[in-house]
Design a protein around this ligand. Structure first.
Ligand code: ADP
Ligand code: MG
Length: 242
């Protein structure tokens, strides 16, 4: 357990129909850390992110961000809490160009308080950070898988998150692109952001994560230093079996 938890999840349960996708999951993590969520398909990893980001309403349990309860916060209110996320299947606006994909959420969030110019500068900064500035005028649907993932990241970063939830940010990437993304995630942490990333690339967990959470069948099976969690015999077995 983190001594001074930034995010704390307590006995979280999420049910879809008759199925418990999360069963009394509890963990905590510290500020400016990278936590990786690993586990077989259907373990409840995406559901966990969805329960933190307001996409799903937990049936039971609580979520705290810096000691403030945010359980069941509505998805549209979550960016104002300082939480942004990306999805396993990226959600970008395919008919808009790359720039507008980042600019419009920033401008919408400023609700007319900030100027259009400030929003545009911020969007350009995020595109620069995510290595997409040269693609600004391309329609999102013209981007490669790796570029689309980075665009989604730039959109999330534009919301000034304190907590960034990434669902399989390495999905569909080549080994070189994996390395680039891992480097980018490390950079985001150095900017003061706390990251929770669902991973299917075990190497990524070992290379960049400060802590790992292993889920199986909706239950938290292991938590701690990634190398230790991933070395556990029961976990290796569940992973290979999944
Ligand atoms: P993971 O991301 O670890 O692969 P998920 O969180 O997507 O797993 O899914 C956990 C379980 O919850 C699975 O049994 C899945 O079928 C179910 N599930 C996930 N999302 C929904 C949903 N929106 N409606 C109904 N069942 C869902
Ligand atoms: Mg998933």
């Amino acid at each position: 357990m983190a001594v001074n938890p930034f995010l704390e999840v307590v006995n979280l349960r999420c049910r879809f129909g008759g199925v418990d996708a999360l069963r009394d999951v509890s963990f905590s993590l510290s500020k400016e850390s990278i936590t990786t969520v690993i586990g077989p398909n259907g373990a409840g990893k995406s559901t966990l992110l969805g329960c933190i980001s307001g996409e799903f309403k937990p049936k039971k349990g609580k979520v705290f961000l810096e000691n403030k309860e945010i359980t069941g916060a509505k998805a549209w209110k979550v960016p104002a809490l300082g939480i942004a996320r990306t999805f396993q299947i990226p959600r970008v606006v395919s008919h808009l160009n790359t720039f507008d994909n980042v600019f419009l959420p920033i401008y919408a969030k400023s609700r007319g308080v900030g100027s259009k110019k400030m929003a545009a500068e911020k969007a350009a900064h995020m595109l620069e950070l995510c290595g997409l500035i040269d693609q600004s005028d391309l329609e999102a649907k013209e981007l490669s898988t790796a570029q689309t993932r980075r665009l989604e990241l730039a959109r999330a970063m534009g919301l000034n998150p304190r907590l960034l939830l990434l669902d399989e940010p390495l999905g569909g990437l080549s080994p070189t692109q994996v390395d680039e993304t891992l480097e980018l995630i490390l950079k985001l942490r150095s900017l003061g952001i706390t990251v929770v990333a669902v991973e299917h690339v075990v190497r990524a967990a070992l290379e960049i994560a400060d802590s790992a959470i292993f889920l199986s069948n909706g239950q938290l099976i292991g938590e701690g230093e990634p190398r230790e969690v991933l070395a556990r015999e029961d976990i290796v077995e569940m992973y290979l079996g999944g």
